[in-house]
Design a protein around this ligand. Structure first.
Ligand code: NDP
Length: 240
């Protein structure tokens, strides 16, 4: 097929599963990561997918990173904005650093990565921008004002850019997963995790591969009339 797909935070967790699934579907895949060199090295060895290290919260690093990826792999046709972090605290205890780290990594990153690729997609008349939001960007969650603000922001960005891109062969969509078993949840206590699973009608956490299959679908030609949407995948926990 020859299309190039680039996945931020694409070396482990949901992003790792997305990178693998896109490769399996025939795309030419490259993945970004922030600092976990061991995980990136193991991922590269296992998948043969090239990896690129930079902070997606840093605009200049993204501009330079995109140039490096496009020189090595080719123009980016499918951008998956997946990288994300959480820094949970009730607002009355939240530091400015916790707020800004999450906004920077989860929301600024979506601008930082999409801006350097959008003109190429417009010129070529094809593109897919798929951003990972969250159930908590749809419904809100205590202790997560920073994360909920960022993930709601991703949905607003998606809708606006979908309108701007609709006549250019570019679709722009978000995916809002519920709770998925990855390292992101490693700080959640056993009791809280039990309570979370109790709120999921399907009765279990999601798997990264289940989210990855949504990305593969939205990236495909079969999804060419879907744009500006948020695909909810959460085991029935929240219906939006
Ligand atoms: P993980 O913590 O398992 O993996 C995060 C990935 O993002 C890693 O590859 C990490 O790189 C990368 N990353 C983090 N910060 C940066 C940065 N500044 N620059 C570049 N890469 C970065 O997270 P998940 O797989 O669980 O989450 C993936 C996405 O899905 C996130 O956006 C998250 O908010 C969202 N999500 C997750 C849910 C869940 O329940 N797990 C539910 C809903 C949404 P490195 O390996 O170098 O650290």
């Amino acid at each position: 097929m020859g299309r190039v797909a680039f996945v931020t935070g694409g070396t482990r967790g949901i992003g790792g599963a997305v990178s693998r699934a896109l490769k399996e579907a025939g795309y030419n895949v490259a993945a970004n990561y922030a600092g976990n060199d061991d995980a990136a090295k193991a991922f590269k060895k296992d998948t043969k997918i090239p990896v690129f290290k930079w902070d997606v919260g840093d605009y200049q690093a993204c501009e330079q990173g995109v140039i490096a990826v496009e020189n090595e792999v080719g123009p980016i046709d499918i951008l998956v904005n997946n990288a994300g972090i959480s820094r949970d605290a009730m607002l009355q205890k939240m530091s400015h650093e916790q707020w800004s780290q999450v906004i920077r990594t989860n929301l600024d990153s979506v601008f930082n990565m999409t801006r350097p690729v959008i003109n190429g997609m417009r010129e070529r008349g094809f593109g897919r921008v798929i951003s990972i939001s969250s159930i908590n960007g749809q419904k809100g969650q205590l202790g997560l004002t920073n994360y909920c603000a960022a993930k709601s922001g991703v949905i607003g960005f998606t809708r606006a850019l979908a309108l701007e891109s609709a006549r250019k062969g570019i679709t722009v969509n978000a995916i809002a997963p519920g709770y998925v078993a990855t390292d992101l949840l490693s700080g959640v206590s056993e009791d809280v995790m039990k309570a979370i699973v109790g709120q999921i009608p399907v009765g279990r956490l999601g798997e990264a591969e289940e989210v990855a299959r949504c990305v593969v679908f939205l990236a495909s030609d079969a999804a060419s009339w879907i744009t500006g949407s948020t695909l909810t995948i959460n085991g029935g926990q929240h219906m939006d």
